[in-house]
Write a protein that binds this ligand. Structure first.
Ligand SMILES: Cc1cc2nc3c(=O)[nH]c(=O)nc-3n(C[C@H](O)[C@H](O)[C@H](O)COP(=O)(O)OP(=O)(O)OC[C@H]3O[C@@H](n4cnc5c(N)ncnc54)[C@H](O)[C@@H]3O)c2cc1C
Length: 392
């Protein structure tokens, strides 16, 4: 039987990044298996916003490490991922100011270039914008984004160059096991691969795969919608990324030229039982809602044509943070899933952290116990100060 030290299930940004870091750190032989195509899950439709605005030192450190890695990717590896740095503002009401200031101070203490700005400074950043006098924002000039599809392909290419094997179009259907020890994977082409360690990075499919192995984990799949708008004349050139806590939405310049808008509150998103079959379209009602909310801030968008939208998948956990670590009750298997709508920006630090925990890489800002999958049964969820899950 074919044999590998590490088998990774899933070719999204997490699987790709772990394959790269394990291969680069010469931790052993690696096989990544992807059932569809790279980025077929959450990754391909990600906003891929890279910001450091979090409310916990672990996640701020990981976001910071990852932002620098993405920023240096092209120089280091010679592949383009369309890294772009427009900067990001988080707008909130005066009543949230104390909380925002505390988070910004924590970020500054960890080296993040960020400040709290008032409505006057917001108007200077966005002359066509509408901001109430009492509003304020956290401004992060280093924040940016990448093209998620280009990035996952580039990272996989680098992983292959570093020695990892990647098999596309083959589905992992189950696990080889001896009692509680996982010893490899079964594939839908009839083959099996023995593995020293299996890492399940199957995004929205991870919960079901592990449930079938007898381990139910608190992973739920939601269907967030996004709408795209043509920027009004004169507004295309200088567009920033925004998180608007007052109106519950975010928007960002898409690299294709449109403006992408999504809602922050995951309570608005439908639950998806079967990630292989869900409606990828969005309703006219959703597009109107996004246009109306965006126009409260940027009134010139009130007559912008929409280019429709897309529905995607978030894999969420009860505390909106991922499960990263050994699968409870089994040996020889890790889960890396449940990024709750904000995983893309963390992926380089996750890849390095996992490769340090189970291979030879050097530890970065990732703390192995922080995301332990058994934290809910221990009644020790991660506590953060934002109500909107995707803000962390
Ligand atoms: C609309 C949207 C916007 C987002 N915006 C941002 C953002 O701005 N910033 C940010 O940081 N994060 C963002 N995220 C979150 C981020 O994109 C995800 O956290 C991240 O892409 C998750 O990557 P993943 O590799 O864990 O999962 P996925 O990308 O879902 O990858 C899982 C892969 O596993 C494969 N697979 C599944 N089952 C099997 C099997 N049995 N055998 C083989 N292969 C299998 C799938 O085909 C898939 O390719 C957003 C997400 C969405 C949906």
């Amino acid at each position: 039987m074919e044999q590998r030290d590490f088998v990774i299930v899933g070719g999204g940004i997490m699987g790709a990044m772990m394959a790269l870091r394990l291969a680069e750190s010469a931790s052993g032989s690696i096989l990544l298996v992807e059932k569809s195509y790279p980025g077929a899950g959450s990754t391909g439709k990600s906003g891929a916003i890279l910001r450091q605005h979090y409310s916990h030192k672990v996640t701020i450190g990981m976001a910071r490490e990852s932002l620098h890695w993405y920023c240096g990717f092209e120089d280091q590896y010679g592949l383009d991922i369309s890294f772009n740095r427009p900067g990001m503002a988080f707008i909130c009401k005066e009543t949230d100011r104390e909380n925002l200031e505390r988070n910004v101070q924590l970020q500054q203490s960890l080296g993040v270039d960020t400040t709290v700005i008032d409505s006057q400074a917001l108007r200077e950043l966005e002359p066509a914008g509408s901001f109430a006098d009492e509003e304020c924002a956290a401004w992060e000039p280093e924040a940016g984004n990448v093209n998620p599809v280009q990035t996952v392909h580039a990272v996989l290419d680098c992983a292959i160059r570093a020695g990892a094997d990647v098999r596309i179009g083959v589905r992992v259907t189950g696990f080889l096991r001896d009692g509680d020890r996982i010893q490899g994977i079964e594939l839908d082409d009839g083959n099996c691969v023995a593995a020293g360690m299996v890492i399940v990075a199957a995004g929205p499919w991870a919960g079901k795969l592990l449930e079938e192995a007898g381990v139910p984990l608190p992973l739920q799949t939601l269907r967030p919608e996004q709408a795209y708008f043509e920027p009004p004349a004169g507004a295309r050139e200088k567009r920033l990324i925004y998180g608007d806590l007052t109106n519950g939405l975010y928007w960002k310049p898409e690299l294709a030229g449109w403006t992408r808008v999504g809602l922050l509150d995951m309570n608005d998103d439908a639950v998806v039982d079967d990630p292989d079959h869900y409606d990828e379209g969005v309703s006219g009602e959703f597009i109107s809602k996004c246009r109306e909310r965006l126009s409260r801030r940027l009134p010139h968008y009130c007559m912008s044509p929409s280019w429709g939208g897309v529905a995607a998948l978030y894999t969420v956990t009860p505390d909106s943070h991922p499960l990263i670590g050994p699968v409870p009750g089994l040996e020889g298997i890790w889960v890396v899933s449940g990024f709750s709508g904000h995983g893309f920006k963390m992926a380089p630090a996750v890849g390095r952290g996992v490769a340090a925990a189970i291979g030879n890489d050097q530890a970065g800002h990732f703390e192995a116990n922080f995301f332990a999958p058994d934290r809910f049964t221990r009644k020790a969820p991660i506590e953060v100060s934002y109500g909107y899950g995707i803000l962390g």
